[in-house]
Unconditional design. Structure first.
Length: 395
């Protein structure tokens, strides 16, 4: 017994140490780079990519709080969450508070979480209380079974309001049905003025080279000033601070003879962190294109390819969310918007995790299209009157 007690104490210490060593900043950044790499593969070389890994992390964190067993293990690996999540959700909630408290004059930022639950489905009170406490995510009961389209519009309206009308129609038509049990949403909005603005009169038309064989014209902003600059192997990185310097844009530029895809494949937390420690404040002639675009993703195939298929299948286990083993993720929707101009940057994103009840097929397929055996029997006695096998159904 004494030996067992010592083992239990050791395991408890290891678990606590793992929690203490978990870093939201480091692990969420690792997740950001890994999901970006998967998106780059899916989008190909020629499409713009923009998303909020933080929004996805927060929405999936609320979902992870309800996952169990093998489903939880897969989610932990892909999302870079600790398997012992007893302190994770508080840490994610604290990170949100820290970001919100960092706002300064010239920077506007807001983050909001919300749970939308089917009023006829019984969720674990412990789960709902825990998510509300950690993430500041209130629960709103909706009638998904009778009025799914009405509830879809209500959720989209909430997202639009939280993102200053930048993210519209996050949930597309048909995404909410009478099988929907819960939708978990996160919305984030950022508007920051540059610490030192670009003058509009210095913006000119310049050539941009999407590849060695392509070129296009763009509006190029220009400014001369002191910036933190670092040089790595095959690329350079500049830090462009926003007002108050609590937030910055990092621009990573591969050398002219280096393909961006090669750099994308080698992205890592360690690589960027190492570079950040080698900044030099130097006088820079900075030329940065103006740009504005929005993107949208349905992340089920992305997460599946990254090693998280169980959560979307009928084998999903969300029994910490409900005692019933009948829930799975139907889809993870993500939309993002960005505009970079002489004034600064406006960006918004929203994520919705749609949880549904597992549906059983209304009928089974029984297609007799291969050799088969058959019997003719007397049912009350069980006597087999005839028996045969058909390998060639001639007629």
């Amino acid at each position: 017994m004494k030996r067992i007690a010592l083992v239990m104490i050791s395991l408890a210490y290891i678990s606590a140490s793992a929690q203490d060593n978990y870093s939201v900043a480091k692990e969420s950044s690792s997740f950001a780079y890994s999901i970006f790499q998967q998106m780059a593969v899916e989008k190909g070389e020629n499409e713009n990519i923009f998303f909020s890994p933080y929004s996805i992390t927060m929405a999936m964190g609320m979902t992870y709080a309800g996952a169990n067993n093998a489903t939880k293990q897969e989610m932990a690996t892909v999302l870079h969450f600790p398997i012992d999540d007893s302190n994770l959700h508080k840490q994610l909630g604290d990170s949100q508070k820290s970001i919100l408290f960092s706002g300064s004059k010239g920077v506007q930022i807001s983050i909001a979480n919300q749970l939308w639950a089917d009023k006829k489905y019984k969720f674990s009170c412990k789960y709902l209380r825990g998510v509300k406490k950690a993430y500041g995510a209130p629960v709103k009961l909706l009638d998904f079974r009778e009025k799914p389209e009405e509830q879809r519009l209500a959720i989209n309206n909430w997202v639009e309001k939280q993102t200053q009308s930048r993210i519209k129609n996050l949930l597309p038509g048909g995404s909410i049905t009478d099988l929907t049990a819960m939708v978990l949403t996160n919305a984030i909005y950022f508007k920051g003025q540059w610490d030192e603005k670009f003058l509009t009169e210095n913006t000119n038309t310049a050539t941009f080279f999407p590849s060695k064989k392509e070129k296009m014209e763009c509006s190029m902003m220009n400014r001369r000033g002191k910036y933190n600059l670092a040089k790595g192997e095959g690329f350079s990185m500049i830090e462009i601070p926003y007002a108050g310097k609590d937030f910055s844009m990092l621009v990573i530029l591969p050398d002219e003879d280096s393909a961006i895809q090669k750099f994308e494949n080698s992205l890592s937390v360690e690589k960027i962190a190492s570079l950040s420690t080698h900044y030099e404040e130097v006088e820079v002639n900075l030329s940065l294109p103006r740009f504005k675009f929005e993107t949208q993703f349905e992340l089920k195939p992305t997460f599946t390819a990254m090693g998280m298929p169980l959560a979307f299948s009928n084998l999903a286990d969300f029994t910490r969310m409900s005692s019933k083993p009948d829930l799975k993720i139907d889809e993870v929707y993500h939309k993002a918007f960005v505009e970079v101009s002489e004034e600064g940057t406006e960006a918004a994103a929203a994520t919705a995790v749609v949880i549904v009840r597992k549906s059983m097929p209304a009928y089974f397929e029984f297609n007799v299209n291969r050799p088969f055996l058959f019997l003719i029997r007397h049912n009350s006695s069980g006597i087999i009157l005839f028996m045969g096998r058909v390998t060639k159904p001639t007629f």
